[in-house]
Design a protein around this ligand. Structure first.
Ligand SMILES: O=C(CO)[C@H](O)[C@H](O)COP(=O)(O)O
Length: 258
């Protein structure tokens, strides 16, 4: 399977496969958005079919809902469940404290709501998303369309005093029109280069009238599974960078058996 994929896709596939191994019968599962999450939805649907798992799934976007339904998974809205056992989602960047940038697919509002309702959030990625400092990926900020220019000016004012290297902002466009999120909003991308104080910036952005949600996920992710092109994966958990137990187990598996 993986030999037909590009190295990045093979890594995403490996992470997705490892993540669905954590799902048990009867669970309520949050389904992320993006190409990595799409691999996970396919792998989850296959596991559910082959192992007879009864799952309730809460998608983070219309795209993911459509894919999950088409594959036979049971899809419900966030308000139809009391809690979510685990959410599995992709990310655009993650750092050593498992802080994330999300929203490259303009779904970070629903993604954050679903992650916040979950007992556990697993992020699945290929190695390219692993960064020392967040910020090379432009930070998505979802804003109300009404008065978006004023909101952008307030975002720029906040960035003036933020610990960042760049301060450019741009309304996200596609085919000459503003990108509209599933909740009917616009996205402003902030090109920051480096975010020195993610907690401080997250709090300041959340305070701006017109900002609905930004793509900094802090204190939400419990586990990151990094898939490698050769099919291996490694796991990072809070305050374990990397999880040496996993690395040792993987190295042990490579040793010849007697
Ligand atoms: O945050 C997201 C969507 O809003 C995605 O998880 C993020 O953009 C990663 O996408 P991909 O798995 O395609 O690289």
């Amino acid at each position: 399977m993986t030999e037909t994929l590009s190295p990045a896709e093979a890594g995403k596939f490996a992470a997705a496969m490892a993540s669905v191994a954590e799902i048990e019968d009867g669970m309520t599962v949050g389904l992320g958005t993006g190409s990595t999450a799409a691999w996970m939805v396919r792998a989850l649907a296959r596991r559910a079919r082959e192992d007879g798992l009864r799952l309730t799934c809460v998608p983070t976007s219309d795209r993911t809902a459509g894919l999950a339904r088409a594959l036979g998974l049971t899809v419900v809205g966030l308000d139809e469940v009391d809690r979510i056992d685990v959410t599995i989602d992709g990310a655009d960047e993650f750092d050593g404290h498992l802080r994330l940038i999300k929203g490259g697919g303009a779904a970070h509002l629903r993604e954050k709501l679903v992650a916040a309702a979950s007992d556990r959030m697993i992020v699945i990625t290929d190695p390219s998303k692993d960064v020392e400092t967040l910020g090379a990926f432009p930070l998505p900020i979802e804003v109300i369309p009404m008065g978006w220019k004023g909101t952008e000016a307030r975002i720029r004012a906040v960035l003036e005093t933020a610990e960042v290297d760049g301060r450019d902002t741009a309304l996200r466009m596609a085919e000459g029109k503003p990108v509209i999120t599933d909740e009917g909003n616009y996205v402003i991308d902030a090109h920051l280069g480096r975010i020195g104080d993610p907690e401080g910036l997250a709090a300041a952005l959340a305070d701006i009238p017109g900002v609905v949600e930004h793509g900094l996920f802090i204190g939400l992710c419990d586990t990151v599974i990094i898939g490698h092109p050769d099919g291996r994966h490694e796991t990072r958990m809070h305050d374990q960078t990397p999880a040496w137990g996993d690395v040792i187990m993987e190295l042990a598996a490579l040793l010849p058996t007697a």
